[in-house]
Design a protein around this ligand. Sequence first.
Ligand SMILES: O=C(CO)COP(=O)(O)O
Ligand SMILES: O=C[C@H](O)COP(=O)(O)O
Ligand SMILES: [Zn+2]
Ligand SMILES: [Zn+2]
Length: 360
Amino acid sequence: MGVTDVLSRKTGVIVGDDVLKLFNYAQEKTFAIPAVNVTSSSTVVAALEAARDKKSPVILQISNGGAAYFAGKGVSNEGQNAAIQGSIAGAHYIRAVAPAYGIPVVLHTDHCAKKLLPWFDGMLDADEAYFREHGEPLFSSHMIDLSEEEKEWNIETTVKYLKRAAPMKQWLEMEIGITGGEEDGVNNENVDNNSLYTQPEDIYDIYKALSQISPYFSIAAGFGNVHGVYKPGNVKLHPELLAKHQAYVKEKIGAKEEKPVFLVFHGGSGSTKKEYTDAISYGVVKVNVDTDLQYAYLTGIRDYILKKKDYLQKPVGNPDGDDKPNKKYFDPRVWVREGEKTMSVRVAESLDDFNCSGQL
Ligand SMILES: O=C(CO)COP(=O)(O)O
Ligand SMILES: O=C[C@H](O)COP(=O)(O)O
Ligand SMILES: [Zn+2]
Ligand SMILES: [Zn+2]
């Protein structure tokens, strides 16, 4: 028994009920799926390769900045144009290439603060157009992040977007309680510490409002999460708070199941194995990892460049001879590939840490 036994589409980008089934299965078997921030075809293949080799599902997510980068930094982002075009381009690329890896892939977008809602609207337009043609949305899921706004406005606006996503059976992740550090170019380094820890009553209010519309939603609840990697001891995670959320919602709705809410862990980089496994035991089904993977991607390229530096100074001529061509050293497929390999190893480590390896 494995993930593919419960899915109707077993390889490539999955949507609708398959996403729900995947998260249900993950909760039941106590594992979480890593969500890898991808910004290029190169980072996409690094993530897919790791998941294929570890026999795991994977979530590929595109942030607002990552989307604009996908389109090209030279494209104007007036009206979120580059971010809209870039996320659509990334989605089509991922949809085209994922089946070659033989694993199920959730195609997701990351965060999206209030000021970026035009990006969200542009992606939903593309989802609806794709739905009219293919009977499914372009993206499996999106995230909306109004956690810095008033709670009531956060919930009522998230409800509006879930109403638009629901007819396509599209998943929506929302955030309550701020993730510290930086996201979407917004600096949350100095926010009030209490706002990093979500209260059970907030989770219930969200659950009550969203569950009336659709079952396809998850909550990124703050338990001290911070984006980025810091000196050990500087970030204090309290995953045990998540157990309180589940117990509170269970009691309020009289649920049979122990974990009625799908939870998401942001700021996964730099956390301990115990923090992951505790959070997963309380119903976290998705863990976002970006910074650790960015660093891993760099290391392969950095080490290659340093090691081969004498072969990279000019097109022709190296320590083996003045007439020796260096093309096979400076071809981007050689040195970019080194980054893919080290990133892939780090993605594989997350798959192991989250008990996701071998779950196919
Ligand atoms: O939460 C994240 C993306 O949304 C990733 O956070 P890290 O960069 O801390 O892993
Ligand atoms: O928000 C967190 C993710 O790490 C995305 O970051 P980014 O906005 O730098 O792409
Ligand atoms: Zn946030
Ligand atoms: Zn995040």
